[in-house]
Design a protein around this ligand. Structure first.
Ligand SMILES: [Zn+2]
Length: 134
């Protein structure tokens, strides 16, 4: 069964980075597009308005995204610390302070990216099984 509203031009990678629906790749996952508007950081639509895919398939679904966010944050911390310490020769204390400040500024983006990545991991082939989450 195919969906006429699926946008074939967009790849899953494009949809993850633009935080679009994993099935139709048209609608936004989050109700407000600015991740730094912290009041709406967690606000997502329950279902896609175009293909009606339910994003949270079960209770606790987003817990996995927290692990993804943790892993991404660790990767960011390491990828910032190594050049600060080894290339710029900043001492450990100052490198860690700079590293943590930059990482803290990226938390809203990482959080949303982790959710988008998580929902795309689970619905990678969602267009092939549309009846699963209706
Ligand atoms: Zn959709």
């Amino acid at each position: 069964m195919s969906y006429p509203n699926i946008n074939p031009k967009h790849s899953h990678l494009y949809s993850i980075f633009t935080m679009k629906c994993p099935r139709c790749k048209k609608t936004n996952l989050f109700t407000h597009q600015n991740p730094y508007n912290l009041r709406y950081l967690f606000s997502m639509e329950e279902r896609c308005s175009v293909c009606h895919l339910k994003y949270e398939s079960e209770i606790g679904f987003w817990w996995g995204a927290m692990y993804v966010a943790y892993a991404l944050s660790c990767a960011i911390v390491l990828s910032l610390f190594v050049p600060l310490f080894f290339y710029f020769k900043i001492d450990v204390d100052n490198a860690l302070i700079i590293d943590i400040l930059i990482t803290m500024c990226l938390i809203p983006l990482v959080f949303r990216f982790a959710r988008a990545l998580w929902v795309h991991l689970f619905y990678e082939k969602a267009e092939d099984m549309p009846q699963k989450n209706l």
